[in-house]
Design a protein around this ligand. Structure first.
Ligand code: AMP
Length: 219
């Protein structure tokens, strides 16, 4: 069997990491490992984990490294992750990046793609973002599914995320600058970084990401 492929997607909230992760996973048979999705599912399910993290999520702060590292390790151990994964929203701190190296072996990460977007556009995109509670599909406020509140894919409820409010968006951008931005240098120093402009149509961003994978022999 071919060696697993591990791709880290870095970038601010709203840069399009979730959409691009889905496209990458569909094309390469990888698992979309979004720690945000795992945490939100726990909050919706009302599990112990959900109760533990719900306030942190709503405030736009980060949950502890130990907790997310454990979630990632568990998810990677599942059989469907054998071909590899796209990490979306993880790692978010230096501690998490080091933990990921320990979980996978440092040479396992094939590429880290930074999807760039200016802060002004982040606020605009997140304020207009609507998400299906059932399947996670993302819409903009003017899409028919967002207007009707019913997902055209699965019939689930389409809502605004509790942390897509102006206060939480501010806190999340601050957390990105403080904790996550240093990871750009962390991966660049290892020559794993590829930067793409996220302010373009989805298909163009996707083509740039595929080119970054191909350049490293991953496609
Ligand atoms: P996201 O969907 O990636 O924007 O994540 C939503 C929220 O989940 C974040 O604002 C954090 O509260 C929490 N979260 C997700 N991933 C992580 C992570 N890797 N480390 C800490 N907190 C996280």
């Amino acid at each position: 069997m071919a060696a697993p492929i591990y791709v880290v997607l870095l970038g601010k909230q709203g840069a399009g990491k979730g959409t691009q992760s889905e496209l990458l996973c569909a094309r390469h048979g990888l698992v979309h490992l979004s720690t945000g999705d795992i945490l939100r599912a726990a909050v919706r399910a009302g599990s112990d984990l959900g109760h533990e993290v719900s306030r942190v999520l709503e405030a736009g702060e980060l949950v502890s490294d130990d907790l997310v590292n454990r979630l990632v390790e568990e998810r990677l151990a599942a059989p469907d992750a054998a071909a590899g994964a796209v990490f979306d929203g993880y790692p978010r701190t230096r501690g998490q990046a080091e933990a990921l190296d320990a979980i996978l072996a440092p040479e396992a990460i094939g590429v880290c793609v930074l999807v760039e977007l200016p802060d002004g556009l982040v606020v605009e995109r997140l304020s207009a973002r609507r998400v299906c509670e059932g399947c996670g599909t993302t819409y903009t406020a003017t899409d028919p599914s967002a207007v009707s509140g019913v997902c055209e894919r699965c019939g689930g409820r389409v809502v605004q995320r509790a942390d897509d409010t102006p206060e939480a968006i501010g806190a999340r951008l601050a957390a990105y600058d403080r904790d996550t931005r240093p990871l750009i240098d962390f991966y660049d120093a290892r020559r794993l970084l590829a930067t793409v402009d996220g302010d373009r149509p989805v298909a163009e961003v996707q083509a740039s990401i595929e080119a970054a994978l191909a350049a490293r022999g991953l496609a």
